[in-house]
Design a protein around this ligand. Structure first.
Ligand code: GLN
Length: 306
């Protein structure tokens, strides 16, 4: 069954009472200022039809959702064996900013969707692109069909000023030889990617290539192959929500990616892309109310990859 606007509004009304049970991210001071009661959802069908409810057109900080875009760019620039020599494909079972496995596993991050993995990918993009920030912006503007998308400089600067942990991760990887550039310029790019400001509608459009075998909305050619799209979806299903990936698979049953700005993107391959936004997070750093909304939507429309 196709969700209608009234179904989406009904789901938002059902989950709204959960606001207050999570916590807005405060380790990035600029994010702590976002009102906790924001709530939006957008569904983009593979034919381009959009259905939306709530604050679906308001932009927010996409944070770790950008890790999927960075991986997509890296897949186009590197051979698979070069890429997967530097980052793994396994769930970490640890917090997104954990360093514990890096020390034990020779500076090779478990997967591209935790901070260490995305920081390595940013290092790889820095090595092969002459203007990595510009390329990323160009990609999201193209995929979302929204030329207005920008980086939120206040959020990016706020992260730069509180970058001790991510810098430590990068230096530790460098000590193992898994980092090829100066740390701070690479982190500056990584923080900018995280600080992309997009709405649920932008996100649902942007990620529809993962629901459509690598083919972006309205484009004549795929940006990645069908096999690469399968690879990204598999990694999203196993690693996209960090140490909450199992719980998310159980409750929602879709490949997904969260960010500490409270956004989650979920993919129904072959059919649709969904984006939700609610700033309060659960203990794993995933949107608490956003997950609940996706769980209800998956049950109502009878969609899951499992
Ligand atoms: N920019 C955030 C960080 O590096 C991204 C984390 C997230 O969204 N989980 O900590």
């Amino acid at each position: 069954m196709k969700p209608t606007e009234s179904l989406l509004n009904g789901i938002l009304d059902e989950v709204r009472p959960l606001i207050g049970q999570g916590k807005v991210a405060n380790y990035i001071p600029a994010l702590a200022e976002v009102p906790a009661n924001k709530l939006g959802i957008a569904v983009c069908y593979n034919d381009g039809e959009i259905i939306q409810a709530g604050d679906s057109q308001e932009s927010f900080s996409i944070q770790s959702i950008s890790k999927v875009l960075a991986l997509t760019l890296a897949m186009a620039l590197y051979e698979p064996d070069e890429l997967w020599a530097r980052v793994g494909k396994e769930p970490s079972g640890q917090a997104f900013n954990s360093m514990i496995q890096l020390e034990l596993e020779n500076g090779i991050p478990r997967n591209p969707f935790i901070n260490p993995g995305a920081i390595v990918i940013s290092d790889m993009l820095y090595s092969r692109l002459c203007a990595p920030q510009y390329r990323m912006l160009e990609l999201v503007r193209e995929l979302s069909c929204n030329p207005q998308i920008v980086y939120d400089k206040i959020v990016a600067n706020s992260e730069m000023q509180h970058s001790d942990r991510n810098a430590s991760i990068a230096y530790l990887m460098r000590s193992f030889g898994n980092f090829n550039n100066e740390v701070m310029p690479v982190l500056n790019n990584y923080f900018s990617y995280c600080a992309l400001k997009m709405s649920c509608v932008d996100l649902a459009r942007t990620f529809s290539y993962l629901a459509n075998k690598g083919q972006p909305l309205g484009a004549k050619t795929p940006i990645i192959s069908q096999t690469q799209s399968k690879h990204i979806n598999a990694l999203l299903a196993t690693c996209g929500l960090y140490d909450g990936a199992g719980e998310f698979a159980y409750r929602v049953g879709m490949p997904g990616k969260s960010g500490v700005g409270g956004g989650i993107v979920a993919i129904v391959p072959g059919e649709m892309t969904i984006a939700v936004w609610s700033p309060e997070l659960d203990q794993s750093g995933n949107s608490l109310v956003g997950t609940a909304a996706l769980e209800k939507l998956s049950a109502r429309i009878g969609r899951s990859i499992f």
